[in-house]
Design a protein around this ligand. Structure first.
Ligand SMILES: Nc1ncnc2c1ncn2[C@@H]1O[C@H](COP(=O)(O)OP(=O)(O)OP(=O)(O)O)[C@@H](O)[C@H]1O
Ligand SMILES: [Mg+2]
Length: 257
C-alpha cells in the first residue's frame, strides 16, 4: 500500500479546509441574499396593502363625510318643504329645480367615486374606449394631450378581463407619472398586437427619469406596474427615451401552461 508523504497531507488538509470555508461562505451569502429578497418583497407587499387600504379609507371618508351629509341635507330640505310648502307655484318650481340640481351633482360625484374604484366603461365598451375616456379626462384635468395610436386587430372586449384591467392600470399610472413628473403637455400612447401578446407604450419627451432612479425611487407606481405584469407573465420596461421616458408593457394573449 502506498502512503502519502506527510507534507502532502498538509496540502490536502489545507485545500479541504479552504474548500469548506468557501462552501460555508457561499451558503451564508446565498441565505443572506434570500433573506434580503424576502424582506424586500414583504416590504413591497406591505406598502401595496397599505396603499389599497388608504384608497379604501379615502372612499369610505368621501362616502361618509360628503355623500351621506349631502343626502341628510336633501332629506332635511324635503321635510322642511313638507312642513311649510311654498306659497306660490313659482316658488315651488324654483325649489324643485334647485333640488334637482343638487341631486344631479350628488349623482355625478358618486359616479366619479365609482369610476375611480373600477371604470365601468372598461367592461362595457372595452379597453380602447376606456383609454379614450382616460385621455379626455387627462386633457381636461391636467392639461396633458394624449395622442393615441391604437391598432388592435381583435375587439378588446373579447380579451381576458385581468389582461385589459392590467393594461388599463399600467396606462393610468404611466400617464399619471407623465402629468406629475415629466413637465410636458403631450404624451403618446400606442397599443398593438405583437409576438402573441399586446404591447402598450407610453412615451413622453419631458424631464426624463432622475439619475439612479432604479435604486433610489420610493414611489409605488413603478413597483406596482412591475408587480402587475409579473402576475400575468407580462413584461415591463421603463427606459429613458430620446429626451424623455418610455414605459413599455407587454402581456401574452395566452396564459402560460
Ligand atoms: N414620465 C416620467 N418623467 C419623469 N420622471 C418620471 C416619470 N415617471 C416616473 N418618474 C420618476 O420616477 C419616480 C418613480 O415613479 P413612481 O410612479 O414609482 O413613484 P411616484 O410617482 O413618485 O409616486 P406614486 O406613484 O407612489 O404616487 C418618480 O418619483 C419620478 O421621479
Ligand atoms: Mg407614480
Amino acid at each position: 500500500m502506498r502512503t502519502i508523504a506527510p507534507d502532502l497531507w498538509w496540502i490536502f488538509l489545507a485545500a479541504a479546509g479552504a474548500v469548506t470555508i468557501l462552501v460555508v461562505a457561499f451558503v451564508i451569502a446565498t441565505l443572506a441574499q434570500q433573506k434580503r429578497h424576502v424582506a424586500a418583497v414583504r416590504s413591497f407587499s406591505d406598502r401595496l396593502l397599505a396603499a389599497h387600504e388608504e384608497e379604501r379609507a379615502l372612499v369610505a371618508r368621501e362616502l361618509h363625510d360628503d355623500v351621506l351629509q349631502r343626502v341628510a341635507v336633501l332629506v332635511g330640505e324635503l321635510d322642511d318643504k313638507d312642513r311649510t310648502p311654498p306659497d306660490s307655484r313659482e316658488a315651488y318650481a324654483r325649489w324643485v329645480s334647485e333640488f334637482r340640481e343638487e341631486v344631479t351633482d350628488l349623482a355625478d360625484d358618486v359616479r366619479h367615486i365609482a369610476k375611480r374604484m373600477h371604470p365601468a366603461v372598461l367592461d362595457h365598451l372595452g379597453l380602447e374606449a376606456a383609454l379614450e375616456v382616460m385621455a379626455e379626462e387627462m386633457q381636461r384635468v391636467d392639461g396633458v394631450r394624449v395622442e393615441m395610436n391604437i391598432d388592435l386587430p381583435r375587439k378588446s372586449t373579447s380579451l381576458a378581463k385581468e389582461l385589459t384591467t392590467s393594461l388599463y392600470r399600467i396606462a393610468q399610472e404611466a400617464l399619471r407619472n407623465v402629468a406629475q413628473h415629466a413637465q410636458v403637455d403631450h404624451a403618446v400612447l400606442s397599443m398593438s398586437e405583437r409576438e402573441g401578446g399586446i404591447e402598450l407604450i407610453i412615451e413622453d419627451r419631458g424631464e426624463g427619469l432622475p439619475e439612479g432612479w432604479e435604486d433610489t425611487v420610493q414611489g409605488l407606481g413603478m413597483t406596482s406596474m412591475k408587480e402587475r405584469m409579473r402576475l400575468i407573465n407580462g413584461r415591463l420596461t421603463v427606459t429613458p427615451s430620446d429626451q424623455g421616458t418610455r414605459v413599455e408593457a407587454w402581456v401574452p394573449l395566452r396564459r402560460a401552461p
